[in-house]
Design a protein around this ligand. Structure first.
Ligand code: GLY
Length: 562
């Protein structure tokens, strides 16, 4: 059997294609297609289709990303933004692309205040919650710089899904069902996501998005400018203006993705490449790994109370710093070096008690001297060892709940990721201060943490998650499970997780963390809240000759979760 034949359509677990051990001796051969993992089968297929056409990891990533926006429009899409971490094997070089949304020029904090009070709904849905979308600019920029196939080719699966339709999958069905009351009130959503009798399309029934198909075709033929300056821009601005929005044609025209210096850390001597601000994810992740590498984690029983207490304390430190220091680097000076120094990590270790937790004021860099939602994550590894780790979002499900009828584009509500007022929590309960205040043309802080971990210049773990701030803790725990506890990827992704984000002072624990462990953590002073799920991770693990990919069962198998 030819190699191509062997590779064709290998589906190992529900949402993952990989090169099975035994069939393929090593992924690192030039003629191997590679691995794609996403939280949606059709999106994964889109990426694989492009790898099979001879595309590289970036070609496949761009195809997967455009497809994700069509097949799960509740989580990401042309109206949103994201981050991409790219590792180029030949040059042994990492690149990070920021295509995060940006506040419109006319955005001001006062717009979200009525009679002296912040009104959370204003930043969470509707026209004022919308930031300038970055996805189209970002994906086309990534393709231009590192892709090898034409835009029309890599966009063709997404165009096909939009125009020919695709069968409704459980995630989409659940997203629609959970927002049914809202969707019924919004004619632009109802005509796409509800049948003529007003009921949602059932799983397996076909959904078409003809306008989105035309929008994608236009971008594929004419490039990103048609989105930012052409008829698509005009349609977006026209509809928003009528509804009292402040986003202008100029905002769209001026939007630019930015290549940023990656955050380069190390965990037990393995290089860690991840996303810099305006993501907080990369810094928080590396900061926590720095602290944790001072412990022999596999001496703990996995998910025992002492282990989870340690993780919680580490999370509380990282999230305290997130709240105080992190924001758009084009606007604020983020003390990256200090936060990521091994010296700071060692100072944090000295402040961690194995016996008890502390009040909120104890945590963070300040005393250190001398020094529901949407979102989706996917990864690609090609046969040459090039890797992409990318997270995309329109923020919470269906973003601003504004669908531009003529274009089929659902717009993000990323404005809520700003700290609208110091200490006032956003939809995820996250607080922040001046560093993440809303300013014209500023990018809101994100938690997305697309990450690639190397060993001897080869990617061994490509990982990231969806789930707001829980992205950071879910990604962290998956890394520890795989690298410290040596778990197979399925177990590393599926194991029960915890999350602590400093404020609110609550330790979230998945139900499967045993009652005994939870009681033991409570005795250390943690206020425990049981959660059905914490984050949704997609990961690719290379272990010697074995390559595996895993999509989080929390998102792909269950009825709820992000
Ligand atoms: N919108 C969620 C995040 O970027 O963290």
């Amino acid at each position: 059997m030819s190699l191509a034949r062997k590779l064709q359509g290998v589906i190992v677990s529900l949402f993952i294609f990989f090169l099975p051990v035994g069939t393929i001796p090593s992924f690192a051969q030039q003629n191997l297609n590679g691995v794609v993992v996403s939280d949606n089968l059709l999106a994964t297929r889109a990426g694989m289709e492009i790898l099979e056409k001879g595309g590289n990891a970036v070609d496949a990533a761009v195809a997967t990303a455009f497809a994700l926006g069509v097949v799960n429009p509740a989580s990401s899409g042309l109206g949103g933004g994201g981050f991409m971490v790219i590792y180029q094997a030949k040059e042994k070089k990492a690149h990070t692309l920021d295509f995060r949304e940006m506040a419109p020029k006319a955005a001001v904090a006062d717009a979200f205040v009525r009679e002296g009070r912040v009104v959370p709904e204003l930043s969470r849905s509707g026209v004022l919650s919308i930031a300038v979308p970055g996805e189209v600019a970002g994906l086309t920029e990534a393709l231009k710089r590192f892709g090898s196939l034409p835009l029309e080719t890599v966009m063709s699966p997404a165009i096909r899904y939009a125009t020919e339709g695709f069968p409704v999958h459980p995630q989409l069905f659940n997203a629609v069902e959970r927002h049914l009351t809202t969707i019924r009130k919004l004619p632009n959503f109802s005509r796409l996501f509800l049948k003529s009798d007003g009921t949602p399309y059932k799983e397996g029934e076909t959904i078409h998005q003809p306008e989105l198909g035309e929008t994608l075709k236009a971008i594929a033929r004419k490039g990103p400018r048609v989105f930012y300056e052409g008829w698509i821009a005009q349609a977006i601005v026209g509809q928003l203006k009528k509804a009292g929005g402040v986003l202008t044609l100029e905002d769209l025209k001026e939007y630019k993705p930015v290549w940023r210096e990656p955050i380069l850390g190390s965990y037990r001597n393995r290089p860690v490449i991840t996303m810099p601000p305006p993501s907080s994810g990369g810094i928080a992740l590396v900061q926590m790994l720095n602290v944790l590498e001072g412990y022999q984690l596999n001496q703990f029983r996995h998910n025992s109370a002492p282990y989870l207490h340690l993780l919680t304390e580490v999370m509380k430190h990282a999230f305290a710093d997130r709240a105080k220091y992190l924001g758009d680097p084009d606007f604020v000076q983020v003390p990256i070096k200090r936060l990521l120094s091994k010296e700071y990590a060692s100072w944090i270790r000295n402040r961690i008690s194995s016996e008890y937790t502390h009040p909120a004021g104890f945590y963070g860099l300040a005393p250190f001297k001398p020094k529901q939602g949407g979102t989706t994550h996917f990864g690609v590894l090609d046969g040459e060892g090039n890797a992409v780790s990318s997270s995309l979002t329109i923020n919470t499900r269906f973003g601003a709940k504004v669908l531009v009828r003529e274009t089929g584009v659902i717009l993000n509500n990323e404005i809520d990721d700003f700290s609208i007022r110091s200490g006032f929590p956003n939809v995820y309960g996250l607080v922040g201060g001046e560093a993440n205040s809303i300013r014209p043309k500023k990018r809101p802080l994100s938690s997305m943490a697309p990450t690639i971990i190397l060993q001897e210049d080869r990617p061994i773990l490509i990982v990231g998650a969806s789930g707001g701030p829980r992205i950071i803790s879910a990604t962290l725990q998956t890394i520890l499970n795989a690298l410290d506890f040596g778990m197979p990827l399925k177990k590393a992704v599926g194991s029960p997780r915890i999350h602590h984000q400093w404020k609110p002072n609550k330790l979230l624990a998945e139900r499967k963390i045993s009652r005994e462990t939870r009681n033991s953590l409570a005795r250390k002073g943690h206020a425990i809240k049981i959660m059905p799920s914490i984050g949704a991770v997609q990961a690719i693990l290379v272990d010697g000759e074995k390559v595996s990919g895993e999509a989080d069962p929390r998102k792909t198998k269950k009825r709820r979760g992000k």
